[in-house]
Design a protein around this ligand. Structure first.
Ligand SMILES: NC(=O)c1ccc[n+]([C@@H]2O[C@H](COP(=O)([O-])OP(=O)(O)OC[C@H]3O[C@@H](n4cnc5c(N)ncnc54)[C@H](O)[C@@H]3O)[C@@H](O)[C@H]2O)c1
Length: 360
């Protein structure tokens, strides 16, 4: 987002340490990792607002529930009155907005929930934040930050050799991507129109523990260990950039605490793989951790199925801005983090079964 009118009337900060951070979606995959990170790495109090949809459950933050710096509030972000009450009571000095419907397949089967939460919910959250922020006294108003967590999918599918910068046009293809793109546009408009101090991050595919077991890596592990087919869309050549969730939340906190309003950053690991290569890698890790009873490799369970409609072929982010301006690079080595992740799902099949059965 280019600097404009708002930049001139509210000063941009250097480093600032937020003390009360409201996280939406903090019982989901990335949100719970962020909550754990904030409690572990900072002194901030965390106000965790989550509706607890099928994708959110409190086991993800079970080890944070007794921490007096963590307060969980079950709330739908479309409930503006409920949000107003939370802001009045907890007086956050930063918001990290992760609450969303996040699964592309579900957005194709039923886009309404994606429009409702990702667009309408973001609108209500922005309105509640705006009222709260406008009423803050001047120093708190200048320190306040709203961080919108978005996806690389808003840029659409990259051509061979193409990489998306923060200035690339939005060309979303799935209902999920369109709903996130719409939310980003609302966030930008609240900055440009009302000077709400926002930042937007567009992130690559995250992987790690506590991801709802409908996403690629947990599905491969669960199906393989159950000796069920591992379905791969199309020819499996679709390319994604994979980033460990701990790197993801590390980048989010850095941006929240170091960056001025109105900025936008691509966050990725420059670690692109074809889906089929990820599937084979996960199978090989499983071969070593859980050798198949009858011998052979779990790769024998791979089946190619009809492609997903509107399936973007390739996502590729130019992440130089975050590297050059904030000196940020991912810390986790892919092969190690992938092995840890596969091991985690292997050891936590009970949790996976429970959340699939709606008992999370
Ligand atoms: N997972 C990824 O690879 C990835 C990549 C880029 C961006 N993102 C973005 O990061 C954010 C978090 O993704 P995730 O993978 O952790 O998602 P997730 O589906 O695991 O978690 C989403 C959380 O939001 C909550 N939620 C859903 N609707 C809500 C509502 N109306 N009100 C309050 N809470 C609600 C859910 O209960 C859940 O806890 C999303 O905004 C997503 O678009 C994710």
């Amino acid at each position: 987002m280019e600097d404009g009118f708002c930049h001139t009337i509210t000063s941009t900060l250097g480093a600032y340490t937020p003390e009360r951070i409201l996280v939406t979606g903090g019982a989901g995959f990335i949100g719970s990792a962020l909550v754990r990170y904030l409690l572990r790495e900072t002194d901030a109090t965390v106000i965790n607002v989550d509706k607890l949809t099928y994708a959110g459950n409190l086991e993800t933050v079970a080890d944070c529930m007794d921490d007096p710096r963590h307060q969980f509030i079950q709330l739908d972000i479309v409930d503006e009155d409920g949000l107003d009450a939370v802001f009045t009571r907890h007086q956050p000095d930063a918001v990290v907005h992760l609450a969303a419907e996040s699964h592309v397949d579900r957005s194709i089967a039923g886009p309404a929930a994606f429009v409702q939460t990702n667009i309408v919910g973001t609108f209500h959250l922005l309105e509640s934040v705006r009222r709260y922020w406008q009423a803050l006294p001047s120093p708190q108003q200048e320190h306040f930050r709203f961080l919108q967590v978005s996806t690389d999918e808003v840029y659409g599918s990259a051509e061979e050799g193409e990489v998306f910068t923060e200035d690339s046009p939005y060309r979303p293809n799935s209902p999920y991507a369109a709903s996130k793109a719409s939310a980003d546009h609302l966030v930008r408009a609240w900055y440009r129109t009302y000077c709400l101090p926002v930042m937007v991050v567009n992130c690559a595919n995250a992987y790690g523990p506590w991801q709802y077991p409908e996403k690629l890596i947990p599905v491969i592990v669960l199906n393989a260990l159950a000796e069920e087919p591992i379905n791969v869309y199309g020819t499996g050549e679709n390319i994604r950039d994979w980033m460990y969730v701990e790197d993801h939340v590390d980048a989010l906190y850095l941006i929240l605490s170091r960056v001025g309003q109105g900025s936008q950053y691509n966050i990725g690991a420059n670690n692109t793989w074809a889906n089929i290569d990820i599937v084979r890698k996960v199978c090989r890790v499983l071969d070593s951790l859980y050798p198949r009873k009858g011998g052979g490799s779990y790769t024998e369970l791979i089946r190619f199925v009809a492609d997903r409609p509107g399936h973007d072929f390739r996502y590729s982010l130019d992440t130089r801005r975050v590297g050059e301006q904030l000196d940020w690079t991912p810390k986790y080595a892919f092969e190690d983090a992938l092995e840890q992740t596969v091991r985690w799902y292997g050891e936590n099949r009970g949790w996976c079964r429970n959340v699939i059965a709606g008992q999370g």
